[in-house]
Structures are given as C-alpha cells and as structure tokens.
Design a protein around this ligand. Structure first.
Ligand SMILES: Nc1nc2c(c(=O)[nH]1)N[C@H]1C(S)=C(S)[C@@H](COP(=O)(O)OP(=O)(O)OC[C@H]3O[C@@H](n4cnc5c(N)ncnc54)[C@H](O)[C@@H]3O)O[C@H]1N2
Ligand code: MOO
Length: 335
C-alpha cells in the first residue's frame, strides 16, 4: 500500500513520485491485494438463483451487471386500473376540486390513495377517474380497463344501497363470478372480489375511505405480491409461511390505552409500529383513536393494522402491554 512507501525521487520538485521505496520491515506477500481475473465469480457459478427477488438493495442488479448479464427474465407486477364511483364523488386530482363543495358532495380521496398504494408496491397503475352511479357507465369503464389491464380496483357502490350497482354490473353485464362479497371484518365488510372470464379480476372495495384502504392492504396487496412472484422462491411452503410472505406481520406489545374489542367482527385498527431499542421489541401504538371508517386521517399516521380478535364477556378488551399482531402496511421508520 502507498502508506508503506516513501519517496525515493520526485519527477519534478513538488510533483508526483518518479520512484518510491518500500519502507524497511514491510511484509509483502506475492499477489497481495491483487484480485485475479474471475475472482468475484468463477466460471459456471450461479450468479442469482431462479426466482430471486429483485430488491431495493440494488445487489441483485449489481451482481447481474458485473457478470455481463444485461438481459434476464423477470416476473413483473400486474397492471391495475383504479376508479372511484359515485355521483357525489368530485375529482380531486389535477386541481379540479372546487374550493367549497356543494352539500352532499365529497372530494375523491380513495382513487389518489389507492393509486399511491399500488405504485408503492411497484405496480403500474392506470387512473380511470370518477365514474357515476350508472350501470352502463360502470360496465363500460370496467370492460374497457380489463381490455388492457390485468385487473380493476373500484371503490364505492358495493353495499346494500339502491344505487350500489357494482356487484350486479360485474355479474349481469360483464358475466363475472363473485368469489366473495362480504367479509367478517371491521372495517371493509362489503369487500368484493370477482373475476371476469377471459378478461381479468375486479376488486370492488367499499366506498368509505378507510374501508377502501384497509381492504387494499388486506386483500389487494397480498394478491399483487403473489402476482409479482413473491411465492415462487418458497416452493411448496406451508400455509403459515405463504401468509407471512403475502401479508407480512410481527407480534408487537401494545403501547396504548386499552382497546375495546368489537363483539361481532375482528377489527383492524390503524396503528403505528416501531422498534423499541431499549427492550428490543416491536411496540404498537394507536396515534389516532378516532377510528371511524370515514376518517382517512386515521390512516395518515399508520404503518400497520393491528389485527384484534372478536371480543367476549371473558375477553372484552386488549390492554396495554398485551401482545397484538401488527400487519405491516408500509415501511417502519427507525428513529
Ligand atoms: N344495509 C347495509 N348497509 C350497509 C352495510 C351493510 O352491511 N348493510 N355495510 C356498511 C358498510 S360496513 C360500509 S363500509 C358501506 C360501504 O358502502 P359502499 O361500498 O356501497 O360505499 P358508498 O355507499 O358508495 O360510500 C360510502 C361512503 O364513502 C363515501 N365515498 C365513496 N367513495 C368515495 C371516494 N372515492 N372518496 C371519498 N369518499 C368516498 C361516500 O360518499 C359515502 O359517504 O356500506 C354500509 N352500508
Ligand atoms: O365495513 Mo364498513 O368498512 O365498517 O365501514
């Protein structure tokens, strides 16, 4: 190393070394610090195993690049289109939202939120805008999207109201099959999943903003991960490992006042998961106790859904310090 040398002769006064002398006593092995050609990867070595995830580390791409492997086969995430539905829903994208809304109108929060959440999963997301509560308009928007996309996410119009057309449109106008249309969970009970033969899939999510996003993280995100190949490396894994791969969760200690358990449906509370350096444990808090499904604000500071069981007389609440399952819905910030 240059630190083990001293100047013997300079090319010009104050200039670069013309000759250096290795300091006496320096141990030098032949070939020391010289990486031979082919040292990083020997011929025939496997650079990346099939089904390796290409991650944000950059390491997989780097390993392929250094091996001269410029083209390789990848499984790409699905292309999904997103629409909001409802006569009362006013487009909020592109600055078109009016400063003050007429009575009975609401700014579209679901579509921007779902587009952002999809893109964060690496999906190319197609924006279909806001579609009115009209069966013809809904059928033609979904049909058109399925002609070019793998699937469509809608929100709104999926419950029991007179103008909740989604299920009927998918079944009757598009010839789709509804695989499930009500789920025992709070929020997001009317979450609906359907497939249209030869065309693609439809996730019809509830209109309430929090319900739409919780349904996204509970159902759409795992489907996107599966489509994107997250299970390929697992092979024939047991169901628990499959669940963990598609819907990552950790066990955390509850660090909030007691939470009353719903007596009918398991509840998914918007929580904040953090690593506690002092105790080396995951801790989960509830930054916003106002958890109504209309309040998108309760999602704003959440990075996890705390999966709470149905309550009973014997177990009416979960108390501070108890263990809860926290389903990750975004990256954990380390502070
Ligand atoms: N008879 C029953 N009625 C309802 C039930 C039930 O089981 N039986 N379930 C309730 C539950 S739980 C939910 S959740 C809602 C979901 O209803 P929809 O999916 O039909 O949603 P909408 O009625 O269209 O909208 C609900 C609410 O959210 C507002 N909304 C809709 N889209 C947007 C958007 N893009 N951005 C912002 N806000 C939006 C909409 O204006 C409504 O206020 O059904 C219950 N009913
Ligand atoms: O299931 Mo709804 O999402 O409670 O409001």
């Amino acid at each position: 190393m240059v630190e083990d040398t001293e100047l013997a002769a300079a090319a010009a006064p104050g200039g670069e070394e013309a000759r250096v002398r290795i300091r006496p006593g320096t141990r030098i092995e032949p070939g020391q610090f010289i990486r031979p050609v082919g040292h990083d990867q020997s011929a025939g070595a496997v650079v990346l195993r099939a089904f390796t995830a290409v991650t944000a580390t950059g390491g997989e791409i780097g390993a392929l690049a250094t091996s001269g492997c410029a083209t390789f086969q990848v499984k790409t995430p699905p292309v999904i289109a997103v629409m909001s539905t409802g006569d009362e829903v006013v487009d909020s994208l592109g600055g078109q939202g009016p400063e003050s809304l007429p009575y009975g109108a609401i700014r579209d929060s679901n579509r921007p939120a779902l587009l952002a959440a999809l893109r964060a999963l690496g999906c190319p997301a197609v924006d279909l805008g806001v579609v009115p509560d009209d069966p013809d308009a809904l059928a033609s928007a979904i049909r058109g999207a399925l002609a070019t996309c793998h699937g469509v996410i809608t929100s709104g119009g999926v419950s029991m109201g007179e103008r909740d057309w989604l299920k009927a449109v998918v079944e009757q106008r598009l010839g789709g099959t509804i695989h499930f249309g009500r789920v025992a969970m709070k929020p997001s009970k009317p979450t609906t999943f359907a497939t249209v033969p030869g065309a693609g899939f439809v996730f019809a999510l509830p209109g309430n903003p929090v319900s739409a996003l919780v349904a996204f993280h509970m159902f759409v995100a795992p489907a996107v991960r599966k489509f994107s190949g997250h299970l390929l490396a697992l092979g024939a894994a047991d169901p628990a490992r499959v669940r963990r791969a598609l819907r990552p969760s950790v066990t955390a200690v509850l660090d909030s006042d007691e939470i009353r358990l719903d007596r009918v449906r398991p509840e998914y509370v918007r929580g904040l998961l953090a690593w506690d350096h002092g105790t080396a444990r995951w801790v989960a808090s509830v930054p916003d106790r106002r958890q109504q499904s209309s309040r998108m604000a309760s999602m704003g500071r959440a990075n996890a859904l705390l999966a709470l069981p149905v309550g009973s007389d014997a177990k009416p609440a979960v108390a501070r310090g108890e263990a809860v399952t926290a389903i990750l819905i975004s990256a954990v910030q380390f502070t």
